[in-house]
Design a protein around this ligand. Structure first.
Ligand code: NDP
Length: 410
């Protein structure tokens, strides 16, 4: 049915590739390309053995539009599933336009030298995708992704008017490491050390990092301290659902994690500017001054999120807590998924955070190849019909649950 190119071979890409291989009637031809081709080859070997697929691989530097265009002109994919890093989004979108290919990702563009993410850079491509008759689908992981689709589903089936939206993301798992991040450490630390931001009555309100927090109860988990963060899906949801009066995003962190993060920041290891460092020359003839970015160096010494799965226990719980009007009366609605790290690991070799991102990425691509989600332009996931996606969540390993008119605590 469809020829797919996956870019990236990290934790999220590994899960998405497993799920793509489990749905080989839809994804009839698959290539995985990344900066380090050996990782793609190792993954393809596992998939081809386990699922009887014929996944191929390639090397590509996705910062280079030229290299991407060469690869895509040769392979001619119908869609590129971008599971590399947010830095590569614009180069891959540009290559899609040059080669007539559709596009999907899970995280919005971020410039390398500025810890700042917003959709404007990618939305600027709207007209070009429209004119080319190509479809770009943005933010199809869990958050953004499933949380945006949950909101679309709530608006379609349960509310005349959504007024208050709180997205709640709890990881109650334990990987038994002193400190580790659950996805790419560089991207993760950039995200959570930013100022907080939420939307209320038509304006954005900024907070100090982690300034607002409160305990929230998560199903099957109990109370966990939850911190208000800026998160990208708020930006498109308040535009697509203009009745929203307030939209916020909350994420849980343990005290130990926050202590480590504090130290990392205070000693300068979260810096994203270049610093000079005297390093031994490769030929052993003394030292030379090289430039390093402290956060990138830190990533090199932290545990690789892909290696956390083996001893990871506990579960994640991510959902939307919504308050609004139906038939003139106020109602509440909580829709969520709980995902077990161990079950994710047993199926794909990756922990729950990679799993909850990679599964929706595959489902999004499936929606495109089935012709259910395809319109020219650049779109956020809530602009498509949520129903077939919600149906697949139940079939592909991320079942969802609903609580009507319960106490949202928020
Ligand atoms: P990883 O660091 O595990 O993997 C990133 C992959 O991209 C690696 O294979 C890396 O290659 C590759 N890559 C990096 N730079 C380039 C480049 N210039 N050219 C080609 N390949 C490149 O990250 P994750 O799998 O944890 O995360 C992947 C994406 O998912 C990120 O954008 C992240 O923000 C997003 N995400 C989204 C979530 C959501 O819910 N929406 C949640 C979690 C993550 P190499 O091996 O050579 O380093």
């Amino acid at each position: 049915m469809g020829r797919l190119l996956i870019i990236g071979a990290g934790g999220v890409a590994t899960v998405a590739a497993h799920k793509v291989a489990q749905n080989k009637d839809i994804f009839t031809e698959v290539k995985i390309a990344s900066r380090t081709e050996s990782k793609c080859k190792a993954l393809a070997e596992v998939l081809n053995k386990k699922y009887g697929t014929n996944v191929t691989t390639a090397q590509v530097d996705a910062d280079s539009v030229e290299q991407l265009v060469a690869l895509m002109s040769d392979y001619k994919p119908e869609m590129v599933l971008n599971l590399a890093l947010p830095y590569q989004d614009l180069a891959i979108m540009e290559a899609c336009l040059q080669t007539g290919c559709n596009y999907m990702d899970t995280a919005n563009y971020e410039p390398k030298d500025e810890a700042h993410f917003e959709y404007s850079w990618q939305w600027a491509y709207r007209e070009r995708f429209e004119k080319a008759g190509l479809c770009a689908i943005l933010g199809c992981g869990f958050d953004p992704g499933v949380t945006s689709i949950y909101t679309a589903y709530a608006a379609k089936h349960h509310f005349d008017e959504i007024q208050y939206l709180d997205i709640v993301d709890c990881n109650a798992g334990n990987h038994h490491k002193a400190f580790a991040t659950n996805f790419n450490p560089e991207i993760n630390i950039r995200e959570i050390t930013q100022k907080g931001l939420y939307y209320e009555n038509g304006k954005y309100i900024e907070t100090e990092p982690m300034e607002i927090h409160k305990p929230l109860n998560y199903p099957n988990i109990g109370p966990k301290e939850s911190y208000l963060l800026h998160h990208e899906e708020i930006e498109s949801l308040v535009i697509n659902y203009p009745t929203i009066k307030r939209a916020r995003f909350w994420m849980t962190f343990g005290q130990q994690y926050l202590n480590y993060l504090d130290v990392i920041q205070n000693i300068g290891m979260a810096r994203i500017d270049e610093v000079e460092y005297k390093a031994p020359k490769a030929d052993g003839s003394g030292d030379e001054v090289v430039k390093i970015v402290p956060l990138q160096f830190l990533k090199a010494v932290l545990p690789n999120p892909q290696d956390l799965g083996q001893n990871y226990d506990g579960e994640t719980s991510i959902g939307c807590r919504i308050r609004g009007l139906r038939g003139g009366e106020e109602h509440t609605y909580y829709v969520y998924n709980n995902c077990s790290h161990q079950a994710a690991f047993e199926e794909t070799g990756m922990q729950g955070v990679s799993y909850t991102t990679g599964v929706p990425a595959m489902i999004g691509a499936m929606m495109f190849f089935k012709g259910l989600w395809n319109k020219p332009g650049v779109h956020n996931v809530e602009e498509f019909d949520p129903d077939p996606f919600m149906e697949q969540l139940n079939k592909q390993g991320l079942p969802w649950h609903e609580i009507h008119d319960g106490d949202l605590e928020l």
